[in-house]
Design a protein around this ligand. Structure first.
Ligand code: SF4
Length: 507
C-alpha cells in the first residue's frame, strides 16, 4: 500500500537518529509502526521534526519515540530482540491444529459451501476407524506441547463413530504423552442427539456451529435438504448445550457453543440484527467473516456476492454498533478486530493461522481427509478436490511428520507469506500486525504469491486495520482503548476432564 498522502524525502532523514519504521496517514495524523508491532501517532509537523532529528531530549515525545524503538541511536537491542521473539513465539512449536474430516457427507447444501460435500448416502466418504487411529498417532508426533483435534466435514457428526474413537483414543494416549489436549467439533448440529451431546460434554469437546443471524437470514443461506428450519435446530441445540454446561457447574462465559457467521449479500443491511442474535444467545464473540468466492460460492456469487468496499462498509457500521453495545455495558467483541488489536496493543500474537507471517499452513495446522491424505489445511484439501494436489503433503499410511514438515509445498507457502519480502507488504504501515494466506491467493488468482493491493484479503485486512487505527486516533479520553484492551484478554478454560486442561485455541 502506498503512502501517497504524505511526501517524505529520504535525503532529509537524520540517519544517526531515525530508526527503521513504516508509516501511513490516518485522520490527518501520521501513523508510525515498526517490526515489533509498536505504533505512534504524530502530527505531520512533529513527524518531519523526527525525520530531521529535531526532537529534543526534554520533550515528552522524545521518550515516547525511544520507548517504542523508533530511535536508532537509543535502540535497546536486547529489549527489541525479546519483543520480536515473543511476537514470533508461534514459530517454534510445530502443527498444533489437526483438522479431521470424518466424512464428506452432509445433510445441508449451503449456498457458499467450501467443503466439497457429498450426499448422505455416500458412506464411501466416511473415515474408517483404522485410518482415524493412524491420524491420531501421526498428530501426536508433532513437537507441539498443545495439540488440538478439530472435527470437520461434510457434517462430521454423520460419522460420529470416528469422533468417539478419536476422542477416546487421544485422551487415553495423552495420559502418557502429557500434551495440552484440545478437542473441538465444527457442526451444523442438525444430527445431534442427547446421547451424542452428553458424550461430547463428558469428554470436554468444545462445539462451534454456524449462525448467520436471525432465522430468515440463516435459513436463506443454509439450506437443509429435509427443508426444515436449520436456524430452529441450531439454536435449540445451542441453548441445550449451554444449559447443560451450566448445570454441570462450568462458567458460561468460557463454556458455551461458539458460532461463526458468513456474510452474504443478504447480510449487508442487517449488521445490528445479526449481532443481537448472537448477544441474545449469550455468545460474546462474533466474527464478521466475508464470503470467499471459491467452493460452491463460485456458482452463486452473482446472487450472494459483493465487492470488498460493500463488505467493509458493512464491517465498519456493525463494528460501530458492537462498540456502542460495549459502551452501554454489554460485553461483546468482534473476532477479527480482537486479533488485530492483540497484535497492536499487546506484546503477543494470537497465532491466527490466516493472519501470520509466515502463514501456518502445514507448519501450524494440518488437515486429514477421510482417506488419510494429509493437507496443509482445509483449503488445501479443497484445492485437491478441485483438481490440484499441490497442497497434499503425504498420507498417514506412508509419511512421517518430519517428511510432511519438510515438504517443498510447506517451504513454498512459508516463502510466499514472509511479508518482509513481499512487494507492497514490505513497505505497508500494517505489515507488523498483518499476515497473508498464500492459499487464498491461489484460490483467487491461481498463484500463491498474489498481488497485494488487488487481493481481496489484503483489501479486507488493510481496511479493517486502517479503521481500527482511525478509531484509536480519535479516542481522546481512552474509553475506546479500555474496551479494545478487554477484547484482547483471552481467558483460559480450566480442564473439563481429568485429561483435558483445555484452553483457547486459535485457528
Ligand atoms: S497484506 Fe497486509 S501488510 Fe500486505 S499490503 Fe495488504 S494490508 Fe499491507
Amino acid at each position: 500500500m502506498m503512502n501517497t498522502e504524505l511526501t517524505v524525502d529520504p535525503r532529509a532523514f537524520d540517519r544517526k537518529t531515525v530508526g527503521y519504521f513504516r508509516y501511513g496517514v490516518v485522520n490527518g495524523q501520521v501513523l508510525m509502526t515498526n517490526d515489533v508491532g509498536e505504533h505512534l501517532f504524530l502530527d505531520p509537523a512533529d513527524f518531519h521534526r523526527f525525520l530531521a532529528g529535531q526532537i529534543d531530549r526534554g520533550e515528552p515525545l522524545y521518550d515516547q519515540l525511544r520507548r517504542r524503538y523508533f530511535f536508532k541511536h537509543e535502540l535497546d537491542l536486547d529489549g527489541l530482540a525479546d519483543k520480536l521473539r515473543r511476537k514470533k513465539a508461534f514459530l517454534l512449536n510445530g502443527p498444533h491444529l489437526h483438522a479431521i474430516v470424518t466424512t464428506l457427507r452432509c445433510n445441508h447444501s449451503c449456498r457458499y459451501c467450501h467443503a466439497s460435500r457429498a450426499d448422505m448416502d455416500r458412506v464411501d466418504t466416511d473415515m474408517s476407524l483404522e485410518t482415524a487411529r493412524k491420524v491420531v498417532d501421526f498428530a501426536f508426533t508433532s513437537p507441539t506441547p498443545v495439540l488440538g483435534f478439530e472435527f470437520q466435514g461434510g457434517e462430521p457428526t454423520a460419522n460420529f463413530e470416528v469422533i468417539r474413537f478419536v476422542c477416546d483414543y487421544a485422551l487415553e494416549k495423552n495420559r502418557y504423552e502429557n500434551k495440552e489436549l484440545l478437542l473441538s467439533l465444527v457442526s451444523n448440529l442438525t444430527l445431534m442427539t442427547d446421547e451424542k451431546m452428553n458424550y461430547l460434554l463428558d469428554k470436554g469437546v468444545m462445539v462451534c456451529t454456524s449462525l448467520d443471524g436471525p432465522a430468515d437470514l440463516h435459513d436463506k443461506n443454509r439450506g437443509w435438504m429435509e427443508k426444515h428450519s436449520s436456524h430452529a435446530a441450531v439454536t435449540a441445540w445451542m441453548d441445550k448445550f449451554n444449559a447443560e454446561w451450566v448445570r454441570r457447574g462450568f462458567d458460561p462465559d468460557l463454556f458455551h457453543v461458539d458460532a461463526l457467521m458468513t456474510t452474504t449479500r443478504h447480510s449487508l443491511s442487517r449488521g445490528p440484527e445479526i449481532v443481537d442474535e448472537y448477544v441474545n444467545r449469550g455468545i460474546r464473540s462474533i466474527h464478521l467473516r466475508p464470503l470467499n468466492p471459491f467452493g460452491f460460492a463460485v456458482n452463486t456469487w452473482k446472487q450472494i456476492g459483493y465487492s470488498m468496499d460493500e463488505f467493509l462498509a458493512f464491517y465498519k457500521s456493525t463494528l460501530d454498533y458492537i462498540i456502542e453495545l460495549n459502551r452501554q455495558g454489554t460485553f461483546v467483541q468482534e473476532r477479527l478486530a480482537s486479533i488485530f488489536l492483540t497484535k497492536m496493543l499487546t506484546p503477543d500474537d494470537p497465532n491466527y493461522s490466516d493472519c501470520r507471517s509466515p502463514c501456518g499452513s502445514g507448519s501450524a495446522q494440518l488437515a486429514y481427509n477421510f482417506d488419510g491424505s494429509v493437507y496443509t489445511d482445509d483449503e488445501g484439501r479443497m484445492a485437491a478436490h478441485m483438481g490440484n494436489d499441490f497442497f497434499k503433503l503425504g498420507h498417514v499410511d506412508t509419511s512421517s511428520m518430519d517428511e510432511v514438515l519438510k515438504h517443498p509445498t510447506v517451504k513454498a507457502l512459508a516463502v510466499a507469506s514472509i511479508q518482509d519480502a513481499l512487494p507492497a507488504c514490505h513497505s505497508c504501515v500494517h505489515k507488523a500486525t498483518c499476515g497473508v494466506q498464500p492459499l487464498h491467493n491461489y484460490m483467487f488468482d491461481g498463484d500463491i504469491f498474489g498481488q497485494r493491493p488487488l487481493s481481496r484479503k489484503c483489501q479486507e485486512f488493510y481496511g479493517v486495520q486502517q479503521y481500527l487505527y482511525q478509531l484509536l486516533s480519535t479516542d481522546t479520553d481512552g474509553s475506546l482503548q479500555r474496551i479494545f484492551r478487554r477484547w484482547t484478554i483471552q481467558r483460559s478454560r480450566p480442564g473439563t476432564t481429568p485429561y483435558v486442561p483445555a484452553s483457547e485455541v486459535t485457528s
